[in-house]
Design a protein around this ligand. Structure first.
Ligand code: ZN
Length: 132
């Protein structure tokens, strides 16, 4: 089963929680045991899994990424968003989670985040749910 979701990000750099959308997608699929693959079809956004309890962690991650990969650094790419391209490649464009009893297997403190690096924008991500 293939699904496509829309996301409206709110900041230039942001970790946007998509766990609820992924869980409802798995529920809609009816798959109880299998694999859920999440893919971001953009070059300046990504997907990651990290802390869901303390929101300060998201801020620490994005603040540190902005320091490690500065917005301006004599990049050659004319569009002016090379930092976003680099961050997206470092995070990666897909995550795979195992489905057990109709739910994604995540740690207590883990959620799934759409990683925006060149927002705010209307974005999308796709999900493939495979029974097995
Ligand atoms: Zn670009």
């Amino acid at each position: 089963m293939f699904y496509e979701h829309q996301v409206q990000t709110n900041k230039r750099v942001e970790l946007y929680n998509i766990t609820t959308q992924v869980k409802s997608t798995i529920k809609d699929s009816g798959v109880k045991e299998g694999i859920c693959h999440i893919f971001v079809p953009h070059t300046t956004a990504a997907v990651t899994i990290n802390e869901n309890a303390d929101p300060a962690v998201k801020g620490d991650i994005t603040n540190e990424m902005n320091k490690v990969i500065p917005f301006s650094d004599n990049y050659q790419h004319a569009e002016g968003n090379s930092a976003a391209h680099i961050k997206a490649s470092l995070f990666g464009f897909s995550e795979t989670v195992i489905i057990k009893n109709g739910n994604p297997v995540l740690g207590t403190w883990q959620d799934i985040y759409f990683a925006e690096f060149d927002g705010p924008r209307r974005r999308r991500f796709v999900v493939k749910v495979i029974e097995g």
